[in-house]
Write a protein that binds this ligand. Structure first.
Ligand SMILES: Cc1cc2nc3c(=O)[nH]c(=O)nc-3n(C[C@H](O)[C@H](O)[C@H](O)COP(=O)(O)OP(=O)(O)OC[C@H]3O[C@@H](n4cnc5c(N)ncnc54)[C@H](O)[C@@H]3O)c2cc1C
Length: 474
């Protein structure tokens, strides 16, 4: 597909000149995902194989030896899964490219509980086994183990750290604490891995066997730690040192949102696909340890990276007052809410409120003739909505259809504003975008609203792989 020329009024980046359509590219992504998952499973199979080859089941004669085998296998599987789980949230770009932030985070959350169960089994089985040998009760035996074996002390601390991480990750606890507290507690997972290492190598017969098993475990640790060190620490720091990114200017885009323009040297290092997001860390006394994810609100260009930030909580409220000249560190880009996932000629972009930034950036860079792109923007107040004037101007320049749905909700379950009597969300969507069934649809807004849009798309017959969502959730 080729792109019609622009009429330059609003300063816009040149849209991309071509895009590859068709479902084949999704199959290629699926093949990449299959390979990554096969490697994950292969590491678990290798762990079990090492256990069996080291005679894991050969010496089973009584309850004590059964408990010993259970202790070893549970510990090995838990360690392997924990390393995979940490890799999933290390913001590793090769994982992000295949799965996107949402799916990787979901997989990470799902692994938390099985890991904790395996660690509990490991602790209970080993304390029970030793109490059978010594004749002590479980509590005395546990105290004796922690007191007399130095590496067990650190492993007990690792166990406590893991329980804290998993318990604070349960939805019921997460909803009660600010993101920053949860984030700091979650960093204990790294402490848990490091604290558990000494006892794995000093007491774990399977790991310290000095043969293939030892090399395998060292390789696994080094691989995970190297990914974390590079993607989470070194890469962002090196880029920050060479680019010296600072807030260049700020524009108010509504009564509770601002656009922040960042510029520095070597801006091409921050090139990203429209729809992607960065972790934004303002280097101020309050902000340096409180990074927040924000989507670019304009397509990449050589002058600046731009974010549009709505006031949704304490930090984003503080950010409304960010000053020009503030140094900012960006980690990323991340996410697959991009044209790389597009398979159809027609595109429908749907945003609600502060969900507009990635939709606005996509509309700027997307390849499309006038009739190909429809933008639906749901707002409470048309006169006070983030990026409203700009989105109108952009749609006018590119010739895209823009429909603003302003005002109160039509019904409590609707994601649209009030419309003609008796018309359902589906009726109205089909009227706005009759081609929606055969389009790629990009949706960004609050979680409940996004689910409602997805239900309507499902009724309209838009296949699931053509629906792309970005949720502002952690
Ligand atoms: C991929 C992605 C892209 C985003 N893009 C934008 C954007 O372009 N513009 C914009 O204004 N907002 C965006 N957000 C949301 C923004 O990150 C949060 O509103 C912000 O982090 C809230 O911080 P707070 O301390 O002000 O609020 P809090 O009081 O801590 O929380 C307010 C709300 O924001 C959520 N939240 C808080 N911290 C985070 C976090 N680090 N990650 C995800 N959700 C969080 C909480 O669940 C809560 O619902 C995006 C979020 C994600 C995940």
């Amino acid at each position: 597909m080729t792109q019609p020329p622009d009429e330059p009024t609003l300063e816009l980046a040149q849209p991309k000149t071509s895009v590859r359509l068709g479902a084949k590219k999704l199959q290629e992504i699926k093949r990449g995902q299959d390979l990554i998952e096969a490697l994950g499973w292969a590491s678990l199979v290798t762990t079990v194989a090492i256990f069996l080859l080291n005679g894991g089941l050969q010496e089973i004669t009584d309850l004590g030896s059964v408990l010993y085998a259970v202790t070893r296998l549970a510990a090995l599987l838990a360690t392997n899964l924990l390393l995979i789980d940490i890799l999933l949230v290390a913001r590793v770009s090769w994982l992000d490219r295949f799965y996107g932030h949402d799916r990787v985070t979901l997989a990470h959350k799902k692994l938390g509980k099985p890991i904790l169960y395996l660690v509990i089994i490991h602790v209970l089985a080993s304390v029970t086994q030793f109490s059978l040998l010594s004749g002590e009760n479980l509590i005395n035996e546990f105290i004796a183990m922690v007191t007399y074996t130095p590496d067990i002390v650190t492993s007990a601390l690792a166990f406590a750290a893991m329980i804290t991480v998993v318990v604070t990750s349960l939805n019921i606890s997460r909803k009660r604490m600010p993101y920053e507290v949860w984030h700091i507690l979650h960093l204990l997972a790294y402490a848990a891995v490091l604290l558990a290492i000494p006892h794995q190598f000093s007491l774990g017969n399977d790991i310290n066997s000095q043969d293939f098993a030892t090399y395998y475990w060292i390789a696994l640790y080094v691989f995970v730690l190297a990914n974390i060190a590079w993607f989470r620490i070194l890469k962002p720091l090196l880029r920050a040192m060479t680019s010296k990114l600072k807030v260049e200017r700020i524009e108010r885009t509504s009564s509770d949102s601002i656009s922040v323009y960042l510029s520095g040297k070597n801006m091409k290092k921050y090139r990203a696909e429209a729809g992607q997001f960065f972790l934004f860390r303002a280097l101020t006394a309050r902000g340096w340890f409180r990074p927040h994810p924000f989507s670019m609100s304009a397509a990449s260009n050589s002058k600046h990276v731009r974010f549009t930030i709505g006031s949704r909580g304490d930090d984003t409220e503080q950010l409304q007052g960010i000053q020009p000249g503030t140094t900012v560190l960006l980690e990323g880009p991340y996410g697959v809410f991009t044209e790389s996932r597009r398979t159809k000629k027609d595109v429908v972009l749907i945003a609600s409120g502060i969900g507009i930034p990635p939709i606005r950036a996509l509309a700027e860079s997307i390849v499309g003739h006038e009739d190909d792109v429809t933008i639906i923007y749901r707002v409470r107040d048309e006169k006070d909505a983030p990026l409203m004037t700009e989105t109108r101007e952009l749609a006018r320049i590119r010739g895209f259809k823009l429909v603003v749905l302003a005002g109160k909700r039509a019904t409590p379950n609707s994601w649209m504003s009030a419309g003609p009597e008796g018309a359902t969300d589906l009726d109205r969507l089909l009227e706005i975008a009759p081609q929606v069934k055969n389009s790629d649809v990009y949706v960004c807004g609050p979680t409940a609203w996004t689910r409602a849009v997805e239900r309507t798309l499902n009724r309209a017959g838009t296949p699931r792989p053509q629906v792309h969502t970005e949720e502002y959730a952690w």
